[in-house]
Design a protein around this ligand. Structure first.
Ligand code: ZN
Ligand code: MN
Length: 512
């Protein structure tokens, strides 16, 4: 009998926080595309005689992420020095959190396409500074310190994922969450979200953890899925052939879709951790922790619609008394999706897409509130037309000039027969481009439907008089010509005839 294997995967992620400045100095945090070594200062380039100053925004965002991950927020956490030598680390140590990190425990529920849910626990969640980058050019190793000191949250899962697909789903939902709560751009290609995977296999039903390999340099979710799948297959083949899995570090090559052995892993390096003497402990008061936790509303607690705000540092003030008791509440993406299904009778598919980004879900709820149309109608407009417009323009919902109020106005004009659906669709773009109100454009361009029935009748009569052969054919039984007549009326009126009313009048007048 063939042995059944279970794949065991743990993910180590590094999340780049989207703070204004670096974690211990006032250099800009984001220097994507900048010339090497142009975004550095004595602190982040490790010159002697300087002192780090902790960035409160990084602490806020890390605490917010911890709360969103259902982790316990540590009232007192510490920074430590992790000592190692590498060219991209000018100080010779990384400032990180070791045994008393900001977050403890926590989990993320992931939702597989087959409808099953899996809870993935977090082993560790801590703040740290990023290192620089090195590259080899013309035989020389070059270093760029621009990234030194960029704030990161490192988050390690328990080995609870069991396939490349599950790992990919974890990262997909983590990325959505990071953007949703506004703590990271979470762009894997830009390294805002980095992931290493520990992969091992075991006999199904067993609970032992066998020797694992570590995969590095996967910079897309698809790469993570493929690399893990491939590595698990390789390990199974090795074990089936009577070999042992050795502890390797593997490098993913996205161009060829292959794994390359980087080095066999030696024993865990001795980093000689000790407390960072240049920084004070990070203290969060009970009130602050309560505040952070209360930002996330549980299912049933939310009264839609919610105001859309991004997390700003003024919303929470650490180390100072909290001056803003009003909360900017955040409903987590999956909870919101389930509420959209229950409350607005959306399909799971529509709800999934409308909650892919927080600004899009806010946009939808606001449009539903302002429109007299059914939520499903608003959803259709967004799924079919608004998303296409956003895609064409490369804009997110919050960047559109066409606000939910305008979308609701356009939908209502179509629903009440003031304008045709085609005019409504064209209006989306016109409002977006001009910034004018829909009703103004309709009035200025004379886009309203012919409301006067006599006027419509005379247009139809004109079409019938011009087409005696078609009228005869229709009356002889070729009823499929009705659509053609509607088209002729539309052409004659420049699309301003109400299609439904035109059809009714045509039938009445043709049957005479
Ligand atoms: Zn700096
Ligand atoms: Mn790390």
């Amino acid at each position: 009998m063939m042995t059944q294997y279970e794949i065991v995967v743990g993910l180590e992620t590094h999340i780049q926080l989207n703070t204004e400045t670096k974690i211990f100095c006032s250099c800009k945090a984001d220097s994507w595309g900048a010339e090497p070594n142009t975004n550095i200062c004595p602190v982040c380039s490790g010159l002697p005689g300087v002192l780090p100053v902790l960035n409160a925004e990084a602490v806020q965002k890390a605490a917010l992420l911890a709360a969103a991950m259902h982790a316990e927020i540590n009232p007192v956490s510490y920074f430590d020095r992790k000592n190692y030598f590498y060219p991209d680390l000018p100080k010779g140590y990384q400032i990180t959190q070791f045994d008393e990190p900001i977050g403890k425990g926590g989990y993320l529920d992931i939702h597989m396409p087959d409808g099953s849910t899996r809870r993935v626990h977090i082993h560790k969640l801590h703040l740290e500074e990023d290192a620089g980058k090195t590259k080899i050019e013309a035989g020389r190793r070059l270093v760029d310190f621009n990234r030194c000191g960029v704030p990161l949250v490192e988050m390690v899962t328990e080995p609870e994922l069991h396939s490349g697909d599950e790992a990919a789903q974890y990262l997909t939902e983590l990325r959505q969450l990071l953007r949703w709560i506004g703590v990271s751009e979470a762009d894997m290609e830009r390294g805002h979200l980095r992931c290493d995977a520990n992969v091992s296999i075991r006999e199904a039903g067993s609970t032992v953890l066998n020797t694992k390999t570590e995969i590095k340099n996967m910079n897309s979710i698809e790469s993570v899925r493929q690399a893990i799948t491939l590595e698990a297959q390789r390990q199974i083949a090795a074990v089936e052939a009577g070999e042992r899995v050795e502890s390797y570090t593997l490098d993913w090559d996205a161009d060829t879709g292959t794994l390359r052995k980087m080095r066999s892993k030696e024993t865990e390096a001795d980093y000689r951790y000790f407390r960072e003497p240049d920084l004070l402990p990070v203290k969060l008061s009970e009130e602050e922790i309560k505040y952070i936790k209360s930002i996330f509303v549980e299912p049933g607690e939310v009264t839609p619609p919610q105001p859309s705000h991004d997390l700003e540092s003024k919303d929470i003030s650490f180390g100072v008394s909290i001056s803003k008791p009003t909360l900017t509440q955040i409903e987590l993406p999956y909870n919101r999706k389930m509420r959209f299904i229950a409350e607005y009778q959306l399909s799971a598919y529509d709800a999934d897409i409308l909650t892919s980004e927080r600004s899009l879900s806010d946009y939808f709820e606001e449009a539903v509130r302002l429109s007299s149309a059914a939520p499903k109608t608003v959803s259709n407009w967004m799924m079919n037309d608004l998303l296409r417009l956003m895609n064409d323009l490369g804009k997110s919902a919050s960047e559109l000039r066409l606000r939910p109020a305008e979308l609701a106005e356009i939908i209502d004009m179509v629903e009440s027969g003031k304008i045709s659906p085609a005019t409504g669709k064209a209006l989306l773009k016109k409002v977006e481009e001009s910034g004018q109100k829909p009703a103004e454009i309709v009035a200025a361009e004379g886009l309203g439907l012919i409301g006067d029935e006599d006027a419509l009748r005379s247009q139809i009569q004109a079409v019938l008089s011009e087409s005696p052969n078609e009228v005869a054919s229709f009356r002889a039984g070729k009823e499929s010509l009705l659509g053609w007549f509607v088209g002729q009326v539309m052409r004659r009126t420049g699309g301003k005839a109400d299609p439904k009313r035109t059809r009714e009048l045509l039938l009445e007048m043709l049957k005479k």
